[in-house]
Design a protein around this ligand. Structure first.
Ligand SMILES: CC(=O)N[C@H]1[C@@H](OP(=O)(O)OP(=O)(O)OC[C@H]2O[C@@H](n3ccc(=O)[nH]c3=O)[C@H](O)[C@@H]2O)O[C@H](CO)[C@@H](O)[C@@H]1O
Ligand SMILES: C=C(OP(=O)(O)O)C(=O)O
Length: 424
């Protein structure tokens, strides 16, 4: 298995082009199941999760063609016919976002069988809201031998559904299904993450009738069929946020391009309070420390526009070397502090009590062999390694490959001493 070796102490200096967002690209790819025409997605990131979604779609009958590289990478997806309505355990267990094929296949074929994704390192992660929402649209759903079996022999019917809790994935699944349901659907307390909005815009380009994009109430007029479209995947705000944190943590300066800074308002506001200087540019923003050190700031994760849980591990890495104390409260996932023991092994001072972590900044972290059980925890160790004394080896790099495109290449181009060591 590959590992990443980092020798700390070098500031990040330079410019990084932000990739397309994993969490936008995955539902967008699933949306290709809603039409027999071609959906072309540009700015498609080259990530392990994208490859897994590609495999899943191909076994449903989607023809997937990828061309170009980096920012010019495009995927053309054509589901002329859905040849198989089952999403098998082997693929779903690799990536929870596989459950996003449920709504589209059900809406198009009147039947779908999708393996239950199960929990993962960051928590229990049930799919009850996906099931409740589709049931509200008239689906009959049973759980059989680890599979969600959904049928709607007479088609789906529009309805009003109030999410008892904000869910990105459930909003996306039900939104996609509602596009082909008969009549009007209203989704109340819907997620309004930029990736949900990106999906909704793409669906409208495919002929859907969605109103209220960007708000927590989505109104969808069902249509008989969708058509093909060309769509550019929105920039990855989590990748950009990770690098922004890296810039101030290493006392460097980065220009992050291809991203609108408003997508990162909650993070940039906090970093500003902690001592960062952020300047908008035509196609992104520039970030560095205003002067001197960074101060500890309190953080609470929340649905968008609040602070994203997917940046919680990274901001914690920054707090470990910031001045003073900081309290980080995780409200979205019950078990998203797996990075804490590993950061502590590098010399961080962190105490966790229930869903809150108290971090007292230390002078220096020390390099160490570390490993993480999820994507963002892994990248928080990369950030810690960039400022630690000595060498850090991050094991289980496949987590990073799920969600960061050419991570070591992008960081090395900005002066980091970082390399991938190929596994035996
Ligand atoms: C591929 C993708 O886009 N992943 C993102 C998506 O995950 P995902 O869509 O899985 O996350 P959700 O927004 O659904 O989860 C939010 C909360 O709702 C709970 N819940 C969710 C569904 C459900 O049926 N029942 C239920 O109780 C979850 O356990 C969690 O506590 O949003 C998360 C929250 O911003 C991000 O961390 C993930 O990176
Ligand atoms: C939790 C994440 O992804 P997923 O929902 O695919 O596990 C993430 O991107 O941080």
């Amino acid at each position: 298995m590959d590992r990443i070796r980092i020798r700390g102490g070098r500031p990040l200096q330079g410019r990084i082009q932000i990739s397309g967002a994993k969490n936008a690209a995955l539902p967008l790819m699933a949306a290709s199941l809603l039409t027999d025409k071609t959906l072309s997605l540009s700015n498609l990131p080259a990530l392990a999760d994208i490859a897994t979604m590609g495999k899943l779609l191909e076994q449903h009958g989607v023809d997937l063609r990828i061309e170009g590289e980096n920012a010019a990478r495009k995927g053309h997806l054509t589901a002329a016919r859905i040849t198989n309505t089952t999403a098998p355990y082997d693929l779903v267990r690799k990536m929870r976002a596989s459950v996003l094929v449920l709504g589209p296949i059900l809406a198009r074929c009147g039947e779908a069988r999708v393996s239950l994704p199960g929990g993962c390192a960051i928590g229990n992660r049930p799919v009850d809201l996906h099931v409740k929402g589709l049931t509200a649209l008239g689906a009959e759903i049973s759980l059989e031998e680890g599979y969600i079996h959904a049928t709607a022999p007479k088609g789906l019917k529009g309805n009003r559904f109030v999410f008892p809790q904000v869910s990105v994935g459930a909003t996306e699944n039900i939104l996609m299904a509602a596009c082909l349901a008969e009549g009007e659907t209203t989704l109340v307390n819907a997620a309004r993450e930029p990736e949900v909005n990106d999906l909704a815009h793409c669906l409208n380009a495919m002929g859907a009738k969605i109103e209220g994009i960007g708000t927590d109430t989505l109104k969808i007029q069902g249509v008989a069929a969708l058509h093909g479209a060309e769509h550019r995947v929105v920039a990855d705000r989590i990748e950009a946020g990770t690098f922004a944190i890296g810039a101030v943590m290493t006392d460097g300066e980065l220009e992050l391009t291809g991203i609108c800074p408003t997508l990162l308002e909650s993070l940039l506001k906090l970093l500003g309070e902690g001592g960062a200087k952020i300047e908008p540019m035509q196609d992104g923003f520039r970030i560095r420390r205003a002067n001197g050190s960074m101060d500890g700031v309190d953080v609470m994760t929340e649905p968008y526009p609040g602070f994203p849980t997917d940046l919680q591990a990274q901001i914690m890495a920054l707090m470990t070397v910031s001045k003073g104390a900081a309290m980080i409260t995780e409200t979205i996932f019950e078990n998203r502090f797996m990075h804490v023991p590993e950061l502590c092994r590098m010399g961080a001072n962190i105490n966790v009590h229930h869903s809150s972590a108290m971090i007292r900044g230390v002078e220096k972290l020390r390099g160490a062999p570390v490993m993480a059980t999820d994507l963002r925890a892994s990248v928080s160790m990369v950030l810690a390694g960039l400022v630690a004394d000595g060498e850090t080896i991050v094991n289980r790099v496949y987590h990073l490959d799920r969600g960061y495109e050419r991570l070591e290449e992008k960081l090395a181009a900005c002066g980091a001493d970082i390399a991938r060591i190929a596994g035996e």
